[in-house]
Design a protein around this ligand. Structure first.
Ligand SMILES: NC(=O)c1ccc[n+]([C@@H]2O[C@H](COP(=O)([O-])OP(=O)(O)OC[C@H]3O[C@@H](n4cnc5c(N)ncnc54)[C@H](OP(=O)(O)O)[C@@H]3O)[C@@H](O)[C@H]2O)c1
Length: 265
């Protein structure tokens, strides 16, 4: 994809991977970045950094789990700054817990942001891209959208959903000249993982590494973009030695969180 002079909307752009992606896209010569998240202050800081790189920045402070607000805001954005050529659905939330101790409100939050939030914005933007017969959509899944692991059952479920959603849309929207891509970062050093008990031997990458992998994937027209050698190794094992991957996942998973005992009567 040629990024120069184009407009992108990036969710989760106030911090972490989304912010790094927005900055890298500005560095690549995009004309305007539309930054979406809830924290207006942090979005304004990211916008300043983008403008320092020579691109224009617009912020949209909205809770992506509230479809009515998202609809209104996205329609206004398209009218004022459209067309949007690239949509990056990056906002996400993750809770790590033993499944037996998992809490429904946290699961609902994961589902309403990671899956339904992505669905809502994608439908709004994809309809407009379809009428112009041009666009690229990047959905941020995770290596955990391919390899599920103990203590992350519900988060993994949302990320598997994103991989399926992306695959189906890739075929369905191809006739409208819309490319749909999945980005699958491995563990990345952001706010999200600060309270996590980490998996043994998994070395976090930086958000900047994820952003750079996305850019090279966009240039190569890859349908799925894996980040880091550990992800490539995991994908290889999944394909050729799934039994080995199962064993590695089991022994590398955080033990303390896998609570044993009696639950209920
Ligand atoms: N970190 C990892 O190890 C890792 C690995 C693989 C995949 N990922 C995926 O990468 C994406 C970004 O993760 P990250 O590590 O950068 O997380 P992060 O640092 O916690 O950032 C999450 C982003 O999502 C936004 N957000 C959260 N709730 C929102 C809501 N209700 N409405 C709108 N925006 C909301 C946050 O902004 P506000 O708080 O300002 O709203 C923030 O910009 C996620 O989809 C995650 O699943 C992360």
């Amino acid at each position: 994809m040629n990024l120069k002079g184009k407009v992108a909307l990036v969710t989760g752009a106030s911090r972490g991977i989304g912010r790094a992606i927005a900055l890298e896209l500005a560095q690549q010569g995009m004309k305007r970045l539309i930054l979406v998240a809830r924290d207006r202050q942090k979005l304004a800081e990211a916008a300043k950094e983008i403008e320092a790189r020579g691109a224009q920045a617009t912020i949209m402070a909205v809770d992506l789990t509230k479809p009515i607000f998202v609809n209104v805001a996205a329609a206004q954005l398209w009218r004022s700054y459209g067309p949007i050529h690239l949509l990056v659905n990056c906002a996400g939330v993750a809770y790590q817990n033993s499944f037996l101790r998992s809490k429904l409100p946290q699961v609902q939050e994961e589902l309403s942001l990671n899956f339904l939030g992505t669905y809502t914005l994608t439908q709004i933007i994809a309809r407009r891209m379809a009428s112009r017969k041009e666009g690229t959509i990047v959905n941020v899944s995770s290596l955990m959208g391919k390899v599920a692991a103990p203590t992350m059952a519900t988060y993994s479920a949302t990320k598997f959903a994103i991989v399926g959603f992306t695959q189906a849309l890739r075929h369905e929207l191809a006739s409208y000249n819309i490319r749909v891509i999945a980005l699958l970062p491995t563990l990345t050093d952001t706010d999200m993982i600060q309270k996590f008990e980490l998996f043994r031997w998994v070395i976090p990458v930086t958000p900047q590494q994820v952003a750079r992998a996305l850019i090279s994937g966009l240039h190569r027209d890859s349908p799925e973009i894996l980040v880091g050698w550990q992800s490539h190794l995991a994908a290889w094992c999944l394909r050729f030695a799934p039994w080995l991957l199962d064993a590695i996942v089991q022994i590398s998973s955080p033990q303390k969180l896998q609570v044993t005992g009696t639950f209920g009567a």
